[in-house]
Design a protein around this ligand. Structure first.
Ligand code: SAM
Length: 473
């Protein structure tokens, strides 16, 4: 009967007595509420994540968004990191036979070709040096020895460093522009609005130089097998190398190796991995054979256990003993003693949020956590920078497409450091590095302070944002 009343609408109400009218209104309201509640319980967290991404990423990535969206909703691709602590190389050969290519060797070859084209007279000398793996010294000799060059005005414009006037004229198209001013919001609605505000990145004029690094160090001991773009084969599960008691390869999203390469590791470096668990990047760092010592930290004890399991499965005991493990809040690290620091922060984990409903960050109960993410990310990045010695570098990374969590956090951190400390940093432009890897990844060229791997169906890696900050004082 109530449903019928609702359907009959105003004509019926006009002809009713007052008490009938109020009962009718209550019933209509309760019917609507029930309908709303049942709709809400039908919406999954992964759907909420998709709605959020459609709302926030479409205006940023525009025509690229549909193909990224479909890639994110499709099974991701993995690479195989070959374990240098296993000595059975039959898997390596097998992977080549399947058509896989070593991403690292491919990049080194591209770099060699590039150098050959620049210095034709020294080709033989260069090749001999590559064989000897004296890449570091060789670059010093072959490339211009002058100091790192500051970007000229045109490059600065390209890098999107805005003047105050330009900043004021920015089209601040964001959600809160559409909110009427005289509205009272429920707590939930206010949180949603705050989230919308914090999901938007507005470029500011920050005091930082963006420089081109003098050379790109590629860790040549690292071996990472990937199928070429368009080839969606999977690698077989890792097998045990019985004499050494370790697994032969590790499967990982290939985008995860890029922040490690961006670390610019040198032999003997004292390295800090500030948010290390479950340990994919830690293992990649160890496979380079470069660190003199490695300190891994993660606030989560259960995730540290996962890291320990990975180390146990891939690294022999005598080598594992050189890895220091901590489980502390990242802000605990402040002594400037590390040469290289990786700050791979907690983020909206876009791919995971779209696929796994459990423990999903887009659960309405976790809205505060989502809102606070950029603040936590900035805190962790500041701790990473403070822990880095002058001259060393820090790589900040996320697996999110959110500009607020990527360029936005770098911008706020630079601004904060500039205002509150005497620490001096520069951003290093890694676009030349990405050119060496673009046979395997789709890169987005529009980030201001970093590089971003965009998921695509033909190379379904990422998302992965990474930015390198060099501490100069
Ligand atoms: N680097 C890891 C890898 O490659 O496997 C993934 C790191 S994950 C993106 C972010 C990590 O940050 C999580 O393991 C989380 O427990 C940790 N984390 C969150 N808050 C932290 C904090 N305040 N201090 C240190 N670690 C934190």
């Amino acid at each position: 009967m109530f449903v019928r009343v609702y359907q009959l609408g105003s004509d019926f109400v006009l002809n009713s007595k007052i008490n009938t009218l109020s009962t009718t209104r209550m019933c209509v309201r309760s019917f609507k509420m029930k309908k709303k509640q049942s709709r809400q319980s039908l919406v999954t967290n992964t759907q909420r994540a998709l709605e959020h991404f459609d709302l926030h990423y479409k205006p940023v990535y525009k025509d690229l968004w549909p193909s990224m969206r479909i890639a994110l909703l499709t099974a991701k691709k993995t690479c195989a990191i070959m374990n240098n602590f296993a000595q059975d190389d039959k898997f390596n050969k097998h992977f080549y036979e399947l058509g896989a290519i070593d991403i690292i060797h491919n990049a080194v070859n591209k770099q060699l070709q590039d150098i050959k084209s620049k210095t034709p007279t020294n080709i033989e000398q260069i090749e001999r040096k590559f064989v000897n793996q004296n890449i570091d010294n060789q670059f010093d000799e072959l490339t211009d020895d002058s100091d790192d060059e500051l970007l000229d005005t045109t490059e600065r414009e390209k890098a999107n460093v805005l003047t105050e006037e330009e900043r004021m004229n920015i089209d601040r198209t964001n959600l809160y522009s559409f909110v009427p001013t005289k509205t009272v919001y429920s707590e939930n609605e206010s949180l949603r609005l705050e989230e919308s505000r914090k999901s938007v990145y507005t470029p500011m004029d920050v005091k930082v130089d963006i420089i081109k690094p003098r050379k790109i160090n590629i860790p040549t001991d690292l071996s990472v097998m990937s199928f070429p773009k368009g080839d969606v084969q999977n690698f077989p599960s890792p097998k045990l190398d019985i004499p050494h008691g370790v697994l032969c390869h590790f499967m990982l999203d290939a985008a995860s190796i890029l922040p490690v390469i961006a670390l610019d590791l040198d032999k003997g470096d004292n390295v800090l991995d500030l948010c290390a668990a479950p340990g994919g990047k830690t293992l990649t760092i160890l496979q380079t054979g470069l660190p003199g010592s490695l300190t891994c930290n993660d606030i989560s004890g259960s995730r540290i256990n996962r890291l320990l399991n990975i180390l146990h499965s891939y690294i022999p005991q005598e080598d594992r003993e050189h890895v220091n493990i901590h489980s502390k809040a990242g802000s605990y690290f402040t002594d400037p003693i590390f040469d290289k620091v990786l700050v791979d922060v907690p983020c909206s984990t876009d791919r995971h949020s779209l696929l796994v409903d459990d423990n999903n960050l887009f659960n309405p109960n976790r809205i505060n956590e989502r809102i606070e993410l950029p603040k936590l990310q900035k805190e962790l990045l500041i701790a990473g920078i403070k822990s880095c010695r002058p001259g060393g570098c820090v790589v900040y990374s996320t697996c999110s497409l959110s500009a607020a969590q990527n360029d936005g956090v770098i911008q706020d951190t630079i601004d904060d450091l500039w205002r509150t400390t005497s620490i001096d940093i520069v951003v290093e432009d890694l676009s030349e590095m990405t050119q060496l890897f673009n046979d395997f990844y789709r890169f987005y060229n529009e980030c201001r302070f970093g590089q971003l791997v965009l998921p695509s169906l033909s190379s379904n890696y990422g998302p992965m944002y990474f930015s390198r900050l060099r501490r100069v004082g």
